[in-house]
Ligand binder design. Structure first.
Ligand code: PLP
Length: 341
């Protein structure tokens, strides 16, 4: 297989169509076989459920070239499970997790030429998504759905690289108690666009959302979970039913406890505690983990001892270990790495 002639080291985090995408349709109560296609256009009813009532959900994952030249992806079974949960909560037909994983592997294989080479800093981003394609006008779930997987080669998510990002506490809420914060619904992102555009205008990279009920506890950013490190080296992550269960965060917490031998806590984190942490990072598939330099709220600016110009030592160890596993330099825990053959 010959790689595409792309400037791998200078890719941005933007969409670039690749040769193949996976498509399957749900009709008359069942999914068809599904196929890889070169057609990057979607044709649906003008009255499709997704267009009228935003019935859609998605996943995000990556494929990597390892040091020894294998193409791998990371824990797709967890994305598959989460996708099932998203579908259920949105009254969409579940796409079974075994078939999800199979389709992801097949789509990566078909686009092998776009998986960036080892050491380029780039990866192949994989975007599985489902939407109501059948017409609805009265409020109800659509009768027909499409599930697709597109891939696109991407560079690093935050252009600043390893410099800490600036975050502010948002005046808006991301997720209501008993709402949809725990699933990967497109609508969670639609409503976060206004606050993120405002944050960017005011010179911040991301919003920190607090729990909507009491506005005293840290939840997450618009698309990444928080990790904190206490001054005595414990890794802490917020626990809440309205946080999206990040695969990256769950993996980093495992790495912290079982590989690095650190103390870990998943618990409620009050905003008043944030000033006492030594390190702060946000994590997700797109950026793995980005150090946070500061958090600004109405009460002032919290600057972490680490994060302004570099990652703190614990976050750096977490980052190096997880990316080492993904790039094949460190032996993975069982079942984490799926090789594309
Ligand atoms: C996707 C997502 C994350 C990150 O999850 P990963 O599985 O690590 O990519 C975090 N928060 C929200 C709201 C998300 O949608």
């Amino acid at each position: 297989m010959e790689k595409k002639n792309l400037d791998w080291s200078n890719l941005s985090f933007a969409y670039m169509p690749t040769d193949y995408r996976f498509v399957t349709n749900f009709k008359d109560g069942k999914w068809d076989e599904g196929e890889l296609t070169k057609d990057d256009k979607v044709v649906i009813s003008e009255c499709a459920g997704v267009l009228q009532y935003s019935q859609s959900c998605f996943e995000g994952m990556k494929a990597y070239t390892t040091e020894d030249g294998r193409i791998v992806t990371f824990r797709p079974d967890l994305n598959a499970e989460r996708f099932e949960n998203s579908c259920r909560r949105l009254e969409m037909p579940v796409y079974p997790k075994e078939k999800f994983v199979e389709a992801v592997l097949k789509t990566i294989k078909a686009n092998e030429a776009y998986v960036p080479p080892y050491g380029s800093g780039a990866t192949l981003y994989i975007r599985p998504y489902m939407f109501g394609s059948g017409p609805v006008i009265g409020v109800k779930p659509a009768d027909e759905y499409q599930f697709r997987i597109l891939t696109t080669p991407v560079g690093p998510y935050f252009k600043g690289g390893m410099k800490g990002i600036k975050i502010r506490v948002s005046d808006y809420d991301r997720a209501a108690p008993r709402g949809t914060g725990h699933i990967k619904a497109g609508l969670n992102y639609a409503m976060s666009l206004y606050p993120i555009v405002k944050a960017h205008e005011d010179g911040f990279n991301e919003n920190m959302y607090l729990d909507a009920a009491t506005r005293t506890k840290v939840e997450e950013t618009g698309g990444a979970n928080f990790l904190f490190v206490t001054k005595d080296g414990t890794v802490v992550t917020p626990k809440s039913n309205t946080i999206l269960p990040s695969v990256t965060r769950r993996s980093l917490m495992y790495v912290a406890e079982h590989i690095l031998g650190l103390k870990t806590e998943e618990r409620e984190v009050y905003f008043t505690e944030v000033k006492d942490f030594a390190e702060c990072g946000v994590c997700g598939t797109a950026a793995v983990i980005s150090p946070v330099a500061s958090v600004t709220s109405k009460d002032g600016v919290i600057e972490f001892p680490y994060g302004k110009d570099e990652m703190g030592p614990t976050i750096k160890k977490l980052y190096d270990t997880l990316t080492g596993i993904q790039m094949g330099r460190i032996d993975p825990p069982e079942g984490w790495i799926y090789e594309i053959k």
